[in-house]
Write a protein that binds this ligand. Structure first.
Ligand SMILES: NC(=O)c1ccc[n+]([C@@H]2O[C@H](COP(=O)([O-])OP(=O)(O)OC[C@H]3O[C@@H](n4cnc5c(N)ncnc54)[C@H](OP(=O)(O)O)[C@@H]3O)[C@@H](O)[C@H]2O)c1
Length: 334
């Protein structure tokens, strides 16, 4: 089968088209013909992992070594990127009960990756669900990562109807899903992002959008029930006065310092820090499909690139110009 392979860490040019062996499903697995796979934060990071410094690693430092062992020190151990996808089931293993050949599905592979290829196999119990009927494969492929992360992490932020929420990093994979979900849950949402993406975040439903280069949201006098910082670019100390009395400072990316703050603030009343890891649940993809089919959640595609131009797709994402998702398509049916 055709796949985009990389055998050394580096810039987009390390990605190249190759013929690799087509996988065969185990008894509990399904074989999926992939039609679309977006370029996500994880793909860019894994492609260049050798050159990611401790500072650029947005997780506690003790996790850097195991992550390097997983992705490889000098050469990548995982050679095909792509953590989310949409496609069609072409074969099922003997024990598979939840899916059948011909099902149109969307799913998330996490750090296992492998979606920049014509085919992939995954267990039927993984983060896999029937794709929303009203979306193209490219649109559906752009949903799982952000939607799973945002659904899971917002749950930990105890979001309630009428809450005031600020999402720092509202234009990215997780943030764009979080804006839509917070609106669905009845919150008043302020999104923070770069100037070129302010209209995009507004179109996702944000009530207010702040350009992080022009305005420091911690200095404008507004207070929130929840501040959700995706990249961990702010700090609890700076955000404290922008939180309501029992407000939550929720982090998708955090270091050891924030873990200590979480411990400390959990012992005293009032404002709390929560550093959370998302749980991947297939039920969340079913929930999101229902929202999509009800017109309450959407995927906005900036550009699609054919598989052969995966390096070009990565270059475009890294240019900082994208407004929405960039998707690699593989002979997507019309
Ligand atoms: N906790 C978990 O379970 C979990 C799971 C997966 C990922 N993560 C973490 O989530 C992060 C990736 O999130 P993502 O996929 O949404 O990333 P992404 O798609 O690259 O989006 C990054 C967002 O951050 C914004 N941003 C950049 N510089 C900023 C600044 N100085 N101030 C405020 N916002 C800024 C970007 O805005 P513009 O593009 O508009 O400039 C964009 O909205 C990683 O750190 C990863 O470790 C955590």
């Amino acid at each position: 089968m055709k796949a985009i392979v990389y055998t050394e860490f580096g810039p987009p040019e390390v990605l190249h088209l190759a013929e690799v062996e087509k996988p065969a499903p185990k008894d509990n697995e399904v074989l999926i013909r992939v039609y679309a796979a977006p370029v996500s934060y994880g793909d860019l990071t894994a492609r260049n992992f050798k050159n990611i410094s401790a500072r650029e690693f947005h997780m506690p430092l003790p996790l850097l070594l195991p992550t390097r062992m997983y992705f490889g020190f000098n050469k990548p151990k995982i050679n095909i990127l792509g953590s989310e996808f949409a496609g069609e089931i072409k074969a099922v293993g003997k024990q598979v009960k939840l899916f059948k050949t011909g099902d149109q599905v969307y799913g998330y592979l996490g750090q296992r990756m492998g979606a920049y290829a014509e085919y992939l196999c995954m267990p039927e119990g993984g983060s896999l669900a029937i794709k929303p009927a009203n979306m193209t494969y490219a649109e559906a492929a752009a949903v799982p990562y952000g939607a799973i992360m945002a659904t899971s992490l917002l749950r930990k932020g105890n979001l309630q109807r009428g809450h005031k929420v600020l999402i720092n990093g509202a234009s990215g994979g997780i943030g764009s899903a979080a804006v839509q979900l917070a609106k669905y849950y009845g919150a008043e949402v302020t999104g923070v992002c770069g100037a070129p993406r302010m209209e995009y975040v507004k179109s996702l439903g944000a009530d207010r959008v702040i350009d992080y280069a022009k305005e420091d949201f911690t200095q404008n006098g507004e207070t929130y029930d929840l501040i959700f910082d995706i990249l961990g670019m702010s700090s609890f100390l700076r955000c404290k006065d922008s939180l309501k009395q029992n407000g939550i400072y929720l982090l998708a990316s955090f270091k050891t310092k924030q873990l200590i703050q979480m411990q400390w603030t959990s012992m005293i009343g009032g404002k709390k820090v929560i550093c959370a890891l998302a749980n991947e649940k297939p039920e969340d993809l079913v929930f999101i499909r229902e929202l999509i089919e009800a017109g309450k959640f959407e995927a906005i595609i900036d550009r699609c690139y054919p598989l052969e131009q995966a390096a070009e797709a990565h270059r475009y994402v890294e240019s900082g110009l994208k407004k929405g998702q960039v998707v690699i398509t593989i002979d997507q049916p019309s």
